[in-house]
Design a binder for this molecule. Structure first.
Ligand code: CA
Length: 436
């Protein structure tokens, strides 16, 4: 079920936190959950509001909540938000509505709440949960075609693509929040004309622009999640960078798919932008092109087809060491949209569990790289550089086909809809450092 609209979606409402009004990421209509440490303090749950973070533990300790909101605030007070995600939409929405009331312009409780705000610039953000399992899909069809063309020119899309939401089980231990350094990995690569592979640092380090899905309540082993209920298991979304070593990938991916090409690191934006906050930005799943098969019955539901997509604009910026030294602004590499996903998030969840696999609260799912049909919206360097053949010119006079040490990749994401206040995800950034 898509979350219903309430006062927290009203575009006319403003906050007494001045920086929240007109804020590109965190206006009062967003209120994403995260885990932060205030200066000199321990990690705890918080909500981003403008340039500030509301301390949920402090608010809970002060007794600012009742009923479902109190249950959710208690679950959000610790060092990880797994208990909050496990509670599901009811308590999560109650906490959102209560925090909205506390932060709204007309609030009578400003004096109590103001001391619980910390300037975001002085806080450290952490991964919001302990992630048990991470699965990465391949639902961006333009990416699948672009990459497939490089590896298999005659049949870029595998024959199963339009029937099966393709995915693989990823590595949860190496997921880090925005800002964490990315160590250039070592592994095996084999040059096309060489007889044997060599071991060493990747020469084709890349990013993949994806959305991450935070799972709310899970399902029991042996009990699939039907497509009609899949939405109830989405707690919220984030931005996700599936860093990739393309030379390792080309050598290792057959027969079992990615391994060391992907497992060295994944970066996420640290705020959980909730299903409730995203409700106004739901769209119909774009109709499948003429001639494409319909999804099999277990992946089809009229409601999901009507509102299973999200209107999220996605941008990628690159900043090199030389650019930063010269105070040049990060260079935009691409701008695309999450509407270019071939499968809805509900379809990914239903397919993941159709054989009985159980998801747990705070599991993370990646959608797969999101590319547009146009080059301006390609979501990886592998695509933008045509497999490394075309170098991308940067404002510093430098060029890139793949990432070099010192390069910082920054993702941004913003949900837009006519007549609504846009909301953002905050940055998902990482800088490449030399391999150990
Ligand atoms: Ca990926």
């Amino acid at each position: 079920m898509i979350p219903t609209f309430d006062e927290t979606h009203d575009p006319a409402r403003r906050s007494w936190v001045a920086s929240a009004n007109g804020h590109a990421e965190f206006p009062i209509q967003n209120l994403p959950f995260g885990v932060f440490s205030p200066e000199g303090g321990s990690p705890r749950g918080g909500i981003a509001i403008g340039d500030w973070i509301l301390d949920l533990k402090g608010a809970f300790d002060m007794g600012l909540f009742r009923g479902d909101a109190e249950i959710a605030a208690m679950a959000a007070s610790g060092r990880k938000l797994n208990p909050l995600l496990e509670l599901g939409a009811g308590p999560r929405r109650a906490l959102r509505r209560r925090c909205f009331t506390l932060l709204e312009e007309m609030s009578t409780e400003r004096a109590a709440v103001e001391p619980l705000l910390h300037p975001a610039s002085t806080c450290k953000l952490h991964l919001p949960t302990t992630i048990g399992d991470y699965t990465d899909f391949y639902a961006g069809i333009h990416h699948a075609v672009n990459v497939g063309r490089q590896f298999r020119p005659h049949s870029p899309l595998p024959p199963n693509y339009k029937y099966v939401p393709i995915g693989y089980h990823g590595r949860a231990s190496s997921i880090r929040p925005s800002g964490a350094e990315v160590h250039r990995p070592r592994g095996q690569r084999k040059f096309p004309n060489a007889e044997v592979p060599v071991f060493g640092l990747t020469q084709r380090l890349d990013y993949e622009l994806e959305l991450g899905v935070w799972i709310g309540p899970g399902n029991e082993l042996g009990r699939p999640i039907p497509i009609t209920e899949a939405d109830d298991h989405i707690a919220g979304l984030c931005l996700l960078n599936d860093w990739s070593a393309r030379d390792f990938q080309a050598w290792e991916y057959q027969p079992l798919g990615p391994f060391l090409a992907k497992n060295f690191m994944t970066t996420v934006s640290p705020w959980i932008v909730t299903a409730e906050a995203l409700a106004p930005f739901r769209l119909a799943q774009p109709p499948r092109p003429r001639g494409d098969p319909l999804p099999l019955d277990y992946l089809q539901h009229s409601h999901d087809q009507k509102a299973g997509a999200y209107a999220i604009e996605l941008v990628v910026f690159l900043s090199t060491e030389a650019m930063r030294a010269r105070n040049l602004a990060p260079h935009r590499l691409s701008r695309g949209t999450s509407v270019d996903l071939y499968w809805s998030i509900a379809q990914l969840i239903t397919h993941h569990t159709c054989g009985g696999c159980n998801l747990n609260a705070a599991d993370l799912i990646g959608t797969g790289t999101i590319s547009s049909s146009e080059e301006t919206g390609f979501g990886s360097l592998l695509e933008l550089s045509h497999g490394g053949e075309k170098r991308i010119a940067l404002p510093s006079g430098e060029t890139r086909a793949f990432l070099e040490d010192g390069d910082e990749v920054i993702f941004g994401g913003h949900a837009h809809a006519l007549g609504r206040i846009s909301i953002g995800f905050g940055a998902c950034a990482g800088t490449i450092v030399p391999g150990a």
